[in-house]
Write a protein that binds this ligand. Structure first.
Ligand code: GLY
Length: 316
């Protein structure tokens, strides 16, 4: 499918001026009915700029992986975002450790876990997919791989995040939180599905903890014939339920993306109701849906018709 430049300019203009918040997908007709490619969907209110970047890459001839990498890079490199990349809140020992994964329409995937000092882990995950026979590199090995591929070491702990960590330590806070993983799913101009996820994980987590984001099937899963899904929230819940894989398998059985996400959220309830877990999905026709355990999850949908913010349905 060819992307229309005229339509893209209209999208950009709309997106620059307006951020809409609507309660359900029903009125965003193209994406809700499917066949809306190109379409990019992403977790939380990361703003219209992220969607514009994703669509622009496709307009220039990029595929879904190019689009996801560039759009997620913009969030990773934003020091004001406290849950992804540079400026992400650290673990309990004060170190920022990052997790990311990416998966394409051929079912090929790359991921990094417990990666320190590298601002753009999604780009390293892409290289794991493209330049190694492996799926997941972790810790020191992931860092060495990144450095040997030209990535630069960066101090990811900004002054602001350091002060927040010092406050947390001083108050002997037990609390861990911070659920704002960026997950993005793209149906590109060739009607191919891809997905990517990037996060600094739970703030003040135990050193060594890895979440769902780099675990294929937990934080991300793509099957081009069926659909794609990603998760945000308490990663342990998505790992224990193979949540993103479950969402895709439920879409394979014929459930809509929203119904499939709801089933995956329900599956987590045996572990309690207090920790947020959210799934976002898109099927191979471009139909989008989401579900969260607790009120408060939002997601954005970017198409040629515009870029909008939606409130997810929730169980509790
Ligand atoms: N969902 C992100 C994490 O648990 O690390």
């Amino acid at each position: 499918m060819k992307y229309s430049r005229r339509k893209f300019i209209k999208t950009s203009t709309l997106a620059a001026g307006s951020l809409l918040y609507v309660p359900a997908m029903r009125n965003f007709a193209a994406a809700a009915k499917g066949n809306a490619a190109p379409i990019a969907v992403y977790t939380w209110n990361y703003g219209t700029k992220v969607g514009r970047i994703a669509l622009e890459v496709i307009k220039k001839g990029g595929d879904g992986i190019d689009s996801i990498e560039k759009a997620i890079n913009s969030v990773e490199s934003d020091p004001t975002v406290k849950s992804v990349g540079l400026g992400g809140l650290p673990d309990a020992s004060g170190e920022v450790t990052l997790d990311a994964s990416i998966m394409d329409w051929n079912g090929n995937a790359g991921a990094v876990a417990y990666l320190k000092y590298i601002e753009n882990p999604i780009s390293v995950a892409r290289l794991v997919k493209e330049r190694t026979p492996h799926v997941l590199l972790a810790g020191e090995g992931a860092l060495k791989f990144a450095l040997s591929n030209g990535f630069k070491k960066t101090n990811l702990l900004t002054e602001e995040s350091k002060k927040a960590w010092e406050r947390w330590k001083k108050n002997h806070a037990k609390k861990i939180n911070n659920h704002d993983t960026i997950g993005m799913l793209v149906l590109d101009a060739n009607n191919n599905l891809s997905g990517g996820v990037s996060t600094s994980g739970l703030s003040y987590k135990l050193p060594g903890r890895v979440g769902d984001s780099p675990i294929i099937g937990a934080g991300l899963f793509v099957d081009n014939a069926v659909g794609a899904a990603c998760s945000t929230g308490m990663g342990e819940l998505a790992i224990k339920t193979s949540g993103s894989f479950l969402v895709v398998e439920k879409m394979r059985e014929g459930y809509s993306p929203e119904e499939a996400c709801k089933i995956a959220v329900e599956r987590t309830t045996k572990y309690g109701r207090n920790q947020q877990i959210c799934f976002l999905a898109m099927n191979s026709k471009g139909k989008v849906g989401a579900y969260a355990l607790i009120r408060g999850f939002s997601y954005m949908v970017a198409t040629q018709q515009g870029i909008k913010l939606f409130a997810s349905k929730h169980l509790f």
